[in-house]
Write a protein that binds this ligand. Structure first.
Ligand code: BGC
Length: 484
């Protein structure tokens, strides 16, 4: 009997809201405020679509779990939303903090009394909701994967509009401010204490480098807080690393379950492999986007100053598994360093390839592109997963999928990417699971509902789940046939 994990994955903000009676709204996250900001809407930074018009998984979770079960899946991945559990600040709850010689937080002790106090602050209804969701998954026999941070933050931790308009004055600057590490550790400890018996795998973060790259280095893409501030980007990198490691320790106080981190490992290829500068650009991309986190958390090699001189910090070497979210590749070419604080940012994505393609076309290499313009490049799944596995931890492909509302590319996309999983296994690479993004359509961040990733289409009026038949049958079949 094979142990291979087959699943689907959802995040809280992108799937939960959408009850036609407007119940179960979470108005306490940064993204909630971000997507309805008039300036953002007027300037096309966001779509104007609102998450409360969405999928309504909050109420319809039993239906979604059943659909996943009927696909033959054995695992389900979801987020517990921090802002739902703690809609108001937890600052007053006392914990003990110790620092190392660099001034980094090396220990956060969350005692029993603190957990009880947190229990008093937690939104009881939301706690009961996630307990019910997880119990239902266990009842159906799923292995459960829970992520604690999938981009969204409580607005008391991160107020993106305040931070954008007054960076120095803002009192809620998300991962820029170290004190939020401590609050995240409280949330992580509380979650492990409260939900631990129902969770088989924990992940601290989903795609921490996306937060950095889109939030602090590309203000035109519609990602909060939407500022250009390389110095802040640098802090956000290090603070998320520390937050991961301290959350890891906090979770381990309550459970033996493996704790990992989900990265979007993106393989970067030089535009001209015979041009030394393009080759260097690809290396730098890999170092910045992929290796900083992999090296720090798996080997304790931390490039604190971002100057290619990592130091050994044992207390950051904390990781049991690596999640890889793979959609497409990057093809890069050299550009002179763009930011003094980030000397390795010497690359730009070449138009037409990877994430920089045109919707529903073909790339210069003749690969099809999705509704999102992303190039279909299955071999990149092999390369990125193999890279993740270099660190001696098992890798789970925690997201893979394609924006394809008409379901033209998706069936083949699934087959070709699962072929790469087989090739990884044949070559002895320790990959243990594959999750499809996503079971149903979702709220695609700044793009809203235009972009459709679901195996099941969702009618946004009736909330009906309508199979994209070819893909549903294809995924069912590959799961039944297995990879081993
Ligand atoms: C993110 C998801 C997102 C998906 C498609 C992933 O990198 O984790 O939240 O919806 O990409 O863009």
């Amino acid at each position: 009997m094979s142990n291979f994990i087959w699943g689907v994955v959802q995040s809280a903000f992108q799937f939960e809201m959408g009850d036609p009676l407007r119940r179960n709204i979470d108005a306490r996250s940064d993204w909630w405020h971000w997507v309805r900001d008039p300036f953002n809407i007027k300037n096309d930074l966001v779509s104007g679509d609102l998450p409360e018009e969405g999928i309504n998984n909050y109420e319809l979770y039993e239906i979604d779990h059943r659909l996943a079960k009927d696909l033959g899946l054995n695992a389900y991945q979801l987020t517990i939303e921090w802002s739902r559990i703690f809609p108001c600040p937890t600052w007053g709850v006392e914990v003990k903090v110790e620092r190392d010689s660099y001034g980094l937080i090396k220990r956060v002790k969350v005692p029993k009394e603190a957990l009880e106090e947190l229990d008093g602050l937690a939104n009881r209804r939301e706690v009961l909701h996630y307990l019910a969701v997880l119990k239902n998954l266990k009842k159906l026999g799923f292995t459960t994967f829970v992520t604690l941070n999938h981009q969204t933050l409580p607005v008391w931790v991160h107020d993106p509009l305040w931070t954008r308009s007054d960076f120095e004055g803002s009192k809620a600057r998300g991962w820029v401010d170290e004190r939020n590490i401590i609050e995240f550790v409280k949330f992580s400890a509380y979650s492990a204490w409260k939900f631990g018996e129902l969770v088989d795998f924990w992940a601290t973060f989903d795609e921490p480098m996306v937060t950095v790259e889109l939030g602090y280095l590309a203000p035109y893409v519609g990602w909060p807080p939407g500022i250009l501030n390389p110095k802040a980007a640098k802090k956000v990198i290090i603070n998320q690393m520390v937050a991961h490691a301290r959350a890891y320790d906090a979770i381990k106080e309550h459970t033996k379950a493996p704790v990992g981190i989900i990265l979007n490992i993106i393989p970067a290829y030089p535009l001209n492999p015979h041009d030394a500068r393009d080759v260097k650009a690809a290396e730098n991309y890999d170092y910045f986007h992929n290796r900083l986190f992999l090296e720090a958390l798996n080997r304790g090699r931390v490039d604190l100053e971002l100057d290619w001189n990592p130091v050994k910090i044992h207390h950051l070497e904390r990781n049991d598994w690596v999640g890889n979210n793979y959609y497409t590749r990057e093809v890069v070419k050299w550009t002179e360093p763009r930011f003094e604080e980030l000397p390795m940012v010497t690359f730009v994505g070449v138009e037409g390839y990877g994430y920089s393609g045109n919707p529903n076309g073909v790339s210069p290499d003749n690969n099809p592109t999705s509704d999102f313009g992303w190039e279909v490049y299955p071999k990149g799944l092999y390369d990125s997963t193999a890279e993740g596995a270099e660190y001696g931890r098992p890798v789970y492909i925690t997201e893979n999928g394609v924006a394809d509302s008409k379901d033209i590319l998706r069936p083949r996309y699934i087959i070709e990417h699962v072929e790469e999983v087989k090739r990884l296994l044949e070559n002895g690479i320790d990959v243990r699971g594959y999750f499809h993004w996503a079971l149903t359509d979702n709220y695609e961040w700044a793009m809203g509902f235009k972009i459709r990733f679901g195996l099941y289409e969702v009618d946004m009026i009736t909330k009906e789940r309508i199979p994209r038949r070819n893909s549903v049958e294809t995924y069912r079949k590959v799961v039944r046939e297995g990879v081993e």
